[in-house]
Design a protein. Structure first.
Length: 499
C-alpha cells in the first residue's frame, strides 16, 4: 500500500501543469538531439545545466531525465530512414531498420521501435519504483568503508565496460580522480593543486569541465567529420504492424527489456551497451537469425527496447546510492548538487517529492514520446537539413553563456575552452572522455569516505576487509579486474567492441 501512496504523490507532482511542461520540453528536446548526429544527451545536458539554476529542483531534473531517455527514441528515426544514427545506441538499429526502409517498410520499423521503447520504458520505470526504495534502505546501512569499496567497484566496472584500450580507460579514471582533488582540503583547510589561483580554491567548476569535454569537444570533432545532410529520405507509410510483425517482435522486446534493465544498472552500462548486447543475443537465438542484416524486424525491436530500458534503469544507482553508472548520470548528480540536494539513499526519504515525481514523470514522458515520434517523423527529418556551420556557432555561444553564468566568472569560460581542446585531443587519440568525468565526480566522495573510514579505524586499513560487505565489494572489484586483463577475455572484449 505504501508503494501506491508514494506513486500517488509522484503522479500528483508529475502531472502538475508546470512539471508537465518541463517533461514535454525534455522529451521534445531529447528527441530532437537524438535525431541530430553529433548532439548527444551528454553534450546537451551539460550545456543546459546552467539553465536549471533558477528552476525548481523537481522540474529541472524531470526535464534533464526526459532529454536522456527521449534521445533514445529520436536516434532510431534517422537510423531507419537515412541510415544515419542520431545516437550511438541506435547504431545497430540502422543495420536492419534501413534495410526495411529500402523495402518500403520504414513505417513498420519505426512503429516496432516506438512500441518496443514504450514497453521497455514502462517496465524499467516499474523496476525503479519497486527496487529503488529497498535498495536505498539497504544503502543507509553502509558506512564509510562500504561506500569506499562500492565506489572502487563502480570505477573498475566502468573501466571494464568502456570501449577501447583498458590502459587508456584506467588513465582517464586516474586523471579524473586527480582533477577532483583540486581545491581546498575539507579536513585541513589547505589548498591543493590550485597553482595559487584563487578561482581554484573551490575546485574546478563541474559545469565548465563537462561542457568543455562533451560540448566543445564534440563540436570540434563534428567539424572535422561533418555528415552530409543532403540525403534522400525514404517514404514512410504503413505505421500499423501486421499480426505476423507483432508475433515476431514479442520475444525480442521482452528479452531486450530484461537485458537492458540489467545492464543499465551496471557501472559503465546504459543504453549503448544494452542495444549492442540485445542485438547480438537475438542474432544468435532468433529462428530468423539468417535474416539479420537484411531487414529483420527483430533487429530493430530488440536493440530499441534494450537501449530505452538501459537508459532508465541507470537511474537506480544514481538515485539510491549516489553512484553514477554513466556520464549522463554523472551530470544528473552534478545537477542535484547544484540544486543543493545531496545524492544518495537519503533522497528517497528526505526528498520524496523529487524521487517519486521523477519516477512518475518517466511514465508520462514515455507516453508523450510515442505520441511525438510517429506523427512528427517529417519534422525530425527536416531538421537534418540545417547546415552544421549554422548550428555550431550558436552552440558555442550558448556554452560560453552557460559557463559564465555557472559562477559569474570569466575564468570558468577559459576552463571550458581548455577542456574543450583537451576533450578534442582525447577523441583524436582514441581516449574515451566518459571515465574521466566519472572519476572527477566520484573522486571527492571516494577521498571523503576513505578518510572517514581511516579516522574511525584509527588509521588501520584493515577496516576495509574486516567489514563483510566492504570485503565482498572489494573482492568483486579485484575479481572483475583480473577477469578483464586475462588475455582470452581481453581479446573477446576487443572483438565485441570492434563489432
Amino acid at each position: 500500500m505504501e508503494l501506491f501512496s508514494n506513486l500517488g504523490l509522484g503522479f500528483a507532482t508529475a502531472l502538475s501543469p508546470f512539471n508537465l511542461l518541463y517533461c514535454f520540453m525534455g522529451v521534445f528536446l531529447g528527441t530532437a538531439i537524438g535525431v541530430l548526429p553529433g548532439l548527444g544527451p551528454v553534450a546537451t545536458i551539460a550545456m543546459l545545466l546552467p539553465l536549471t539554476f533558477g528552476l525548481d529542483p523537481v522540474s529541472s531534473l524531470i526535464m534533464l531525465a526526459g532529454i536522456y531517455y527521449g534521445a533514445q527514441y529520436g536516434g532510431s528515426t534517422t537510423a531507419v530512414l537515412i541510415n544515419l544514427p542520431g545516437e550511438s545506441s541506435s547504431v545497430v538499429t540502422a543495420i536492419d531498420g534501413y534495410e526495411m526502409a529500402k523495402r518500403g517498410r520504414a513505417g513498420a520499423a519505426l512503429a516496432s521501435a516506438a512500441l518496443g521503447s514504450f514497453f521497455a520504458g514502462t517496465v524499467a520505470t516499474v523496476l525503479i519504483a519497486v527496487a529503488a526504495p529497498p535498495l536505498a534502505m539497504l544503502a543507509l546501512q553502509f558506512g564509510p568503508a562500504e561506500y569506499f569499496s562500492l565506489m572502487v567497484l563502480g570505477l573498475v566496472a566502468s573501466v571494464a565496460l568502456a570501449s577501447g584500450s583498458l590502459l587508456k580507460a584506467f588513465a582517464m579514471i586516474f586523471l579524473g580522480l586527480l582533477l577532483g582533488l583540486i581545491g581546498t582540503d575539507v579536513e585541513s583547510g589547505a589548498q591543493r593543486f590550485t597553482m595559487d589561483l584563487p578561482e581554484l580554491a573551490d575546485g574546478l567548476n563541474f559545469v565548465a569541465v563537462s561542457m568543455g569535454l562533451f560540448g566543445i569537444g564534440e563540436i570540434l570533432r563534428n567539424l572535422g567529420h561533418e555528415h552530409s545532410r543532403s540525403l534522400q529520405v525514404k517514404s514512410v507509410s504503413g505505421l500499423m504492424l501486421t499480426r505476423d510483425d507483432l508475433k515476431r517482435i514479442v520475444g525480442p522486446v521482452l528479452r531486450g527489456t530484461g537485458l537492458g534493465s540489467l545492464l543499465g544498472i551496471l557501472p559503465g552500462g546504459g543504453a549503448m551497451l544494452s542495444s549492442f548486447a540485445a542485438y547480438t543475443l537475438e542474432k544468435r537465438i532468433s529462428p530468423n537469425g539468417a535474416q539479420f542484416g537484411k531487414g529483420a524486424i527483430e533487429g530493430v525491436a530488440a536493440p530499441e527496447s534494450a537501449n530505452n530500458a538501459g537508459a532508465q534503469t541507470s537511474f537506480i544507482p544514481m538515485l539510491t546510492l549516489g553512484i553514477p553508472s554513466n556520464p549522463v548520470m554523472a551530470l544528473m548528480i552534478g545537477a542535484m548538487i547544484i540544486q543543493g540536494i545531496t545524492p544518495g539513499p537519503n533522497v528517497v526519504t528526505k526528498e520524496p517529492t523529487l524521487f517519486w515525481g521523477m519516477i512518475a514523470s518517466m511514465w508520462v514522458g514515455n507516453l508523450m514520446l510515442v505520441l511525438l515520434n510517429l506523427p512528427l517523423v517529417g519534422l525530425w527529418v527536416r531538421m537534418l537539413k540545417i547546415p552544421y556551420h549554422l548550428l555550431f556557432p550558436a552552440i558555442i555561444a550558448f556554452c560560453c553563456i552557460g559557463a559564465f553564468s555557472a559562477g559569474n566568472s570569466t575564468f570558468d569560460v577559459f576552463v571550458m575552452a581548455l577542456f574543450g581542446a583537451f576533450g578534442y585531443c582525447l577523441i583524436k587519440l582514441d581516449f574515451e572522455p566518459a571515465p574521466l568525468l566519472l572519476g572527477f565526480v566520484l573522486g571527492p566522495m571516494l577521498e571523503e569516505n576513505l578518510r572517514r573510514a581511516m579516522l574511525l579505524s584509527r588509521g588501520s586499513p584493515s577496516v576495509f576487509v574486516t567489514h563483510p560487505l566492504s570485503l565482498a565489494l572489494l573482492t568483486c572489484a579485484v575479481a572483475l579486474l583480473i577477469v578483464v586483463v586475462l588475455p582470452g577475455i581481453r581479446a573477446k572484449r576487443e572483438e565485441a567492441f570492434s563489432e
